[in-house]
Design a protein around this ligand. Structure first.
Ligand SMILES: *Cc1c(COP(=O)(O)O)cnc(C)c1O
Length: 431
């Protein structure tokens, strides 16, 4: 694989940008390579600056539910741009966007648009604190909720990949207000709730984890959180920045039938433009300024280009009746064939999947939380990643990320991917 141009650009980028990238996991550090600089993308494919073409399973880390550069989204953005790129004043599309979100995610009765998932979760936590007049929050070890101070305690994803469990630069006061529990372990949350009785403002959780790799909730885990939060008057926040519109039109909360008090959204909701949102019960959302006293603002929030892309995305989701059935069927092909191969050959890999999001962990045991995710052999993953890349398959450059399917991944492309994957696995475990 030629990569001279990407290498040169990376060297140049490192002179001007910390680590040469504007978000750490892009750097390919944990897989022992430099990043590929991307030229363009279309449907399920990305092309790098050296002219290599890849089947893409990153999908910009989630947003590309219908593949890259979908003509309807491109058209919507172009049209909006000719009318002006930002006004800092309300537009009608923001109302239509809010209506559409509420319809798809019924636990949301009122919604505020922001510019990223990080902004959504930071605002949601402030809101929960304002509403409950309590300060502590509970998060789960290995869950990632963006880079807000409160969340960079035992954060998954990039921090986990780079071996940075907690970031420096976070005041002790903030650290002491973030309590961490074990995902899928209700008892660990109960213990915190009893130690810190009447002091916990919120429990925030990825209802299906994507950021330590894909980890589904155990039966009864989410409903147990719901009951506990009701008992203790704690605000339950589902961080659906990744799972929203990905697992169902109504997100993981629709799939598992649990209503959170606040939901945070991002990724798909922007159709590939920088958008986030937080919303929930009217009673709670009425705390948000200017209706209430909790301050949260954004010069570019509800940006017309971002709203145009996001609204078109949500319209496409509403119109495509069998969308999630079709994605499920595609995911199943990858899962079944991989599991079958692993079983027949005794390969120590675990395939975790919910719908169109999945992770193949290089470990023999079940992966249900942070400590079991950490049993994965990251050196094996790195070798697998490099073999796949060499074969034209672009995966997230970390063991602790989810892969995403889009409607543009045809069965033929999936078979082609499986062929590469099987070859890579055989090579890895026979060598
Ligand atoms: C990606 C992600 C975030 C952060 O969103 P950004 O847009 O990167 O700030 C927060 N929570 C979850 C669950 C995510 O997957």
């Amino acid at each position: 694989m030629k990569n001279g141009k990407s290498k040169r650009l990376f060297d140049l980028a490192k002179k001007h940008i910390p680590g040469g990238v504007n978000s750490p996991v892009r750097a390919f550090k944990s897989v022992g390579l430099g990043p590929l600089f991307i030229q363009k993308a279309k449907g399920p494919f990305v092309w790098d600056v050296d002219g290599n073409k890849f089947i893409d399973f990153v999908g910009s880390w989630g947003p590309m539910l219908f593949g890259h550069a979908h003509p309807r989204i491109v058209k919507a953005v172009k049209r909006a741009a000719t009318w002006g790129t930002s006004f800092g004043a309300p537009t009608e599309l923001e109302i239509k966007m809010a209506e559409r979100i509420k319809k798809l995610v019924p636990s949301i009765e009122s919604v505020r648009m922001v510019n990223s998932g990080t902004e959504a979760t930071m605002s949601a936590i402030r809101l929960a604190r304002a509403f409950t007049r309590r300060e502590k929050i509970v998060k789960f070890e290995g869950c990632y909720h963006g880079h807000g101070d409160s969340f960079l305690i035992k954060a998954g994803s990039g921090a986990l990949t780079l071996g940075i469990p907690d970031s420096p630069g976070i005041p002790q006061g903030v650290v002491s207000n973030t309590l961490t529990a074990t995902f899928n372990d209700l008892e660990s949350v109960r213990a915190l709730a009893s130690t810190w009785k009447d002091q916990i403002a919120a429990v925030i959780v990825e209802p299906v984890v994507g950021n330590m790799g894909c980890i589904p909730p155990r039966e009864g885990f989410l409903s147990g959180l719901r009951s506990l939060c009701d008992e203790q008057k704690i605000v339950l926040i589902f961080d659906e920045v990744m799972t929203g519109f990905r697992l169902a039109a109504g997100g993981a909360q629709e799939l598992f039938g649990i209503k959170p008090d606040i939901t945070t959204l991002g990724k798909i909701i922007g159709g590939g433009l920088p958008v986030g949102a937080y919303g929930g019960k009217k009673e709670i959302m009425s705390m948000v300024a200017p209706e209430g006293p909790m301050y949260q603002a954004g010069t570019l929030s509800g940006n017309p280009l971002a709203m145009a892309a996001g609204y078109e995305m949500l319209r496409m989701i509403s119109e495509y009746r069998l969308l999630y059935k079709s994605l499920e069927a595609k995911g199943k092909i990858l899962e079944e064939e991989t599991v079958d191969l692993a079983k027949r050959n005794g390969f120590p890999v675990r395939f975790n999947r919910v719908g169109s999001m999945f992770t193949m962990f290089f470990t023999a045991g079940h992966v249900t939380d942070y400590s079991t995710a950490k049993t994965a052999d990251t050196a094996k993953f790195a070798a697998y990643f490099r073999a796949m890349l060499e074969d034209g398959v672009y995966l997230a450059p970390s063991q602790f990320e989810a892969a995403f399917l889009s409607t543009s991944h045809s069965e033929r492309l999936l078979e082609r991917t499986l062929k590469s994957s099987k070859r890579a696995l055989r090579h890895l475990f026979r060598a």
